[in-house]
Design a protein around this ligand. Sequence first.
Ligand code: FES
Length: 187
Amino acid sequence: MTFTEKYAAEIEGIIARFPHKKSAVLPLMHLAQHYYGYMSDDAMREVAAILDLDPTHILSLAGFYTLYYEEPVGKYVLEICNDLACALRGADQFVEMACNKLEVGVDETTADGLFTIKTVMCLAACDRAPMLQCNLKFEEHLDEAKFDALLARLREQAAAETIETSVVEKITAYAKSGNQVSVIGNR
Ligand code: FES
């Protein structure tokens, strides 16, 4: 089953929220990525076909926005902000600690396929630095103890095969609200 077939109703609902269907490109890319795990060639081709866009347009968006992954990633993507405000609150040391703890480098995935570490630019939570975003959810005021607790919670979730909040629900909510920060940031 393709992404287009599985999410036919959601795709139709998202497109209906916009005056021009091409404007639905970002939420549809999120949905395609959720299905394929990353913006694979198939994901890009399908989204392009749905919206009558050239696949190279999807490729350029995937390369521009950090929330789209051009390579396979782990079940949980730990996107650690190391922009100025977070750097001033120890983000670089936090990244080093996280990489050492998970025995991976930045842009690498743990051998069990659970975690990928990435560094990202400001996520607009500077007053809660250092912080990271994991699968569209902010984790703030971080230190090593909180990071340990986060890893333990995510490992528990993965073992139980539960997802704390439906990614699909978030994507469709985003399309309805038009307010990316309140939904994607999960404040
Ligand atoms: S600099 Fe990290 S959230 Fe703004």
